[in-house]
Ligand binder design. Sequence first.
Ligand SMILES: NC(=O)c1ccc[n+]([C@@H]2O[C@H](COP(=O)([O-])OP(=O)(O)OC[C@H]3O[C@@H](n4cnc5c(N)ncnc54)[C@H](OP(=O)(O)O)[C@@H]3O)[C@@H](O)[C@H]2O)c1
Length: 213
Amino acid sequence: MKTLLVLGATGLVGGQVLQRALRDERVSSVVAPTRRALPTHSRLNNPIVDFEQLPEQADWWHCHAVICAMGSTRRKAGSAEAFQRADIDYPAHAATLARAAGATSLALTSSLGANSDSGNLYLRTKGMLEDRLADLGFRSLTILRPSIIAGERPESRPLESVGLRALEWLEPLVPARYRSVAATDIADCLLARALADRAGLTIIESDEIARQA
Ligand SMILES: NC(=O)c1ccc[n+]([C@@H]2O[C@H](COP(=O)([O-])OP(=O)(O)OC[C@H]3O[C@@H](n4cnc5c(N)ncnc54)[C@H](OP(=O)(O)O)[C@@H]3O)[C@@H](O)[C@H]2O)c1
């Protein structure tokens, strides 16, 4: 039985990961630090934290595996700096603490096109997080690089839903790697990889995610 740390559990992908982890017989307990409270569950520890001031001494950093589905956008965060804090510094700091406390496996939701040398802020930021996590010494690191993510969101994201509708229409014409990916498939893949703890770095591109789920 494994203990799991989930980052971004209030979000679309993180929420799907959490649901699955809580009913998975291989998982004994889940810790999901968030800034908004989650519904309670007997196997869930949900510390409410400020990611600017993570409680470094907390005993709940001790876990076997980490799943990261945390992230913002420049618009939501308010500035490029705040976006990079939320998308690089917060998850990297949390992963560092979990690694120091013994976690050996990490599975990350990154993005199609992630590249720390990119001229695009979003893709560069995702690539910079990948690089930071690769330096932490996890025995097993899996990076998923999805295209646009499909699933039910509480808030409306006009640009994203227009993009998703256009993709649905154009699906047969769109190259596989640009097609939308279901949040449920991403969650299945993240959980499978985090628990498998297979040694080394594995990068799973968008069109491979459903097959690996
Ligand atoms: N949406 C797409 O089409 C797409 C495509 C490729 C890659 N991705 C990436 O895939 C990952 C998961 O995507 P998603 O759509 O599931 O994301 P999401 O629904 O927006 O959820 C993001 C999560 O990150 C947390 N978060 C954001 N800013 C935070 C902050 N400043 N402090 C603490 N927590 C913060 C959110 O917490 P709150 O609930 O408190 O805000 C939420 O739990 C993200 O890294 C995203 O960038 C998304």
